[in-house]
Structure formats: C-alpha cells, structure tokens
Design a protein around this ligand. Structure first.
Ligand SMILES: [Mg+2]
Length: 181
C-alpha cells in the first residue's frame, strides 16, 4: 500500500506551497492535465491555472505536463503555456514520468508529481521515487472507470488513515470534496 501513499494532499494546485518544495530541493514539476489544471475533457484552461503555471515558472520551477490524454490535447496546453508535454502517458505503467524527467533534465529526487488520481499520478510517481502531491479533481465529470477508481481511492485513503500513513486531516481534504458523488 505504501506505493499509493501521497507525500502531500492539497485542495488544488493553488494550495501547493512552492517554497516548501524548494526547501526539499525540488525544482521540477510533472503536472497532470485533466481534472488537475483543466476540468476533465474541457478544451480551455482557465486563466487562474495559466497564471499558476507562469508563476511557478517565474519562481524557477521547470514544468512538464504528463497526461493520459491524446497527444494533441496535451500539446495544445503545452503550447499555450510554453512548456513541454508527454501525452498518451499510460500512467502509471508507461515511461512517461521518466520521459518528463528527461525533458526537464532532472533526477527523481528533484521532481514532484501533481495530479488528481491515486492510481495513476501518485502510484506512478511513487514507483520512481518522486515526491507525490494529490489534489482534488476539478470536476466529477469523468470516465465511468475513473468514477469506479474514485470509490476504491476513498477506501484506500481510509485504510491509510487507520494505519497512520496519512493524517485524518489530510484525508478529509480529499473526502470533503468527494462525499457527494
Ligand atoms: Mg487527472
């Protein structure tokens, strides 16, 4: 179960403390797209998320989008933001995170993954020893398979709390948002 435990749970990308990441010597971010920066399947990224990426870049972070979405979709956001992307990532199994790290020229201990899914983003990042940050999905509009995974995520998070692997407070950041679906 350890490989599914996120290092950090945050409400959204906006709640990620970039200074704390710097203190950990993290200078690269591999960021999920759907339901992390853009509501699932939406064509547009809201200005606030564009600004967040730009601010992180200004603060010296290198950023690569890593998405299971099609290449075109991933690339359109990469172009908008002026950063690289790896599409069709097949998270958690593919080599996408490795490719993302290679694109940024960084080692695993310098990189954090930010995403909304325990089984793709967090598990995929933990497998490689990356710092993993789980955020709440932006929308509950998702694939049916993802909805099913959400239920499993919830029970897994509950088990983590019982085993003292994450705090109740952290788990509630997540559960509060999902109690209605
Ligand atoms: Mg996602």
């Amino acid at each position: 179960m350890k490989k599914f435990v996120p290092d950090l749970i945050c409400e959204s990308v906006f709640a990620v403390d970039l200074d704390k990441l710097k203190e950990r010597q993290i200078s690269g971010l591999l960021v999920d797209i759907d339901n992390t920066l853009v509501p699932w399947g939406e064509p547009q990224m809201e200005e606030a998320f564009v600004d967040w990426v730009k601010r992180a870049l200004q603060e010296g972070f290198q950023i690569c989008l890593v998405s299971n979405a099609k290449h075109d979709r991933a690339q359109s956001f990469a172009d908008l933001l002026g950063i690289p992307a790896v599409g069709m990532a097949l998270k958690p199994l593919g080599r996408a995170f490795r490719r993302g790290m290679a694109l940024l020229g960084l080692a695993p201990n310098q990189v954090a993954v930010i995403g909304d899914q325990l089984f793709t983003d967090v598990f995929g990042g933990n497998r490689l020893g990356l710092y993993t940050i789980l955020i709440n999905p932006l929308s509950t509009n998702e694939l049916d398979t993802t909805k099913l995974m959400r239920r499993i995520e919830r029970s897994l998070l509950e088990k983590m709390v019982k085993r003292g692997m994450i705090s109740r407070k952290h788990a509630q950041i997540r559960q509060g948002r999902e109690s209605d679906d």
